[in-house]
Design a protein around this ligand. Sequence first.
Ligand code: CA
Length: 222
Amino acid sequence: MNVLIVEDDKLLADGLKSALERASYKVTHAGNGLVADQQLRAYEFDLVVLDLGLPDMDGLEVLRALRQRKQAVPVLVLTARDGMDQQIESLDAGADDYMEKPFDLRELQARVRALLRRGTAEIREKVELGSLQLDLFQRTATLDGKLLELPVREFEVLETLVLQSPRVVGKARLNQRLALHSEDIGPNAVEVYIHRLRRRLDLSGVFIRTVRGVGYSIENLK
Ligand code: CA
């Protein structure tokens, strides 16, 4: 597995590199955004660990350029502490996961493994589940060709479920996704949005199943 680490902090880059090499990955290091961009154009990687604050070309630009070229390599973004805006921006730009600095190397390794298991990133523009269609770029949903007027958080919940379908998505993960848009979400926020989505999807054949104590999955029953 080839991993590209994009990090201008030499010490951190060295630490990351040796941790990933110990886990038997082949690691390439780019110390600034331009070099990263060149590397990504020239070579195939299985995963990119991308710092956002970089000299020459910042991490978000590198990420946007990558996705514009339709390269689907999974990207794990490293953000500054309390970088909530950065996290949202990086997810919107096509990151698959993010970690806040400082982080535990073991957690990083676990996330790297998870991303590699999942394989290439989703850069599909549209996903369908039965009569439901989501446009991931426009952030809109239609049911039987009719536009659903979904508030942003409802869309987020629906998108998370549909992209994982038919796998079960943990409640914590949905909560985390909602927290990207606002910190003051109530303890029952997920239930509330699931309830609203179920009402919208009623009789469509697309069904949100509750898996007690775990989370939810969405399936097409037709
Ligand atoms: Ca940096």
